[in-house]
Design a protein around this ligand. Structure first.
Ligand SMILES: Nc1ncnc2c1ncn2[C@@H]1O[C@H](COP(=O)(O)OP(=O)(O)OP(=O)(O)O)[C@@H](O)[C@H]1O
Ligand SMILES: [Mg+2]
Length: 217
């Protein structure tokens, strides 16, 4: 699903966020990217999602070499990758339902299909009774679950989750992890970034550990 060889990322201000990373994530994996704040987790996910470009090295996602991917093709790749952002990025003036529906409206899906898919996604994250709530009237854990529902509503084969339990207490964190496990069981490959080492080792057999931009395991 993802193959990375000797990846280096230098940001325009000359800061090297990732150095010489090599890794492989297979179809159906539930992989963790673990490392302290600043280790390069978000940078790595953004490169996999073609939000940022690699400076050096090879990166292949779903058989596509991202270095050779022409700019106009990027939106098509992005549609097959779900991304749960560290800061949710929910639209405050849209309800839970509308936030999840938005990406499907943009691609012109029928109203009936949208209603079916959004209802299923909200049910999967346990928010079936919150369709008409606005994000700001919901708890952090609930907002996180809207963001997860939005990321899976079009059934992407690959789901990238950036610190989705970062600001949640231990109980809610394990509920969120269980949602991801259910999604994984349905066949979706998951890459889950977290600074929480204990969480990573408890829930996954595949843990990629970063330290100051280098892979250390
Ligand atoms: N756009 C940017 N320009 C320059 N440096 C950046 C940029 N984005 C991130 N960095 C730097 O790259 C390093 C890695 O950042 P990144 O956001 O990938 O870390 P992280 O592991 O996700 O951290 P956190 O756990 O705090 O989210 C950090 O030192 C950060 O300051
Ligand atoms: Mg981050």
């Amino acid at each position: 699903m993802i193959k990375i060889f000797h990846l280096t990322k230098v940001y325009p201000n000359k800061f090297t966020a990732l150095s010489d990373i090599t890794l492989e994530i297979n179809k159906g994996d539930f992989a963790f990217i673990n490392g302290q704040s600043g280790a390069g987790k978000t940078t790595l996910l953004k490169i996999i999602a073609a939000i940022e470009r690699a400076t050096q090295g090879e990166i292949i996602v779903k058989g596509i070499n991202l270095n050779k991917l022409r700019r106009p093709k990027i939106p098509y790749l992005r549609r097959s990758i779900g991304f749960v952002f560290q800061d949710f990025k929910l639209l405050p003036y849209k309800t839970a339902f509308e936030n999840v529906a938005f990406a499907l409206e943009v691609i012109g899906m029928s109203r009936r299909e949208i209603t079916k898919r959004v209802s299923n996604a909200l049910q999967l994250v346990g928010l079936e009774d919150r369709h008409n709530f606005y994000p700001l009237g919901m708890s952090g854990g609930e907002q996180q679950r809207i963001a997860i529902a939005r990321s899976i509503v079009n059934d992407p084969p690959l789901l990238l989750a950036d610190e989705p339990t970062g600001n949640l207490d231990a109980y809610i964190s394990s509920e969120i992890i269980n949602i991801f496990k259910n999604i994984n069981t349905r066949g979706t490959t998951i890459v889950f970034a977290t600074h929480n080492r204990e969480l990573a080792s408890r829930f996954s057999t595949k843990v990629i550990t970063l330290d100051q931009g280098r892979r250390v395991n």
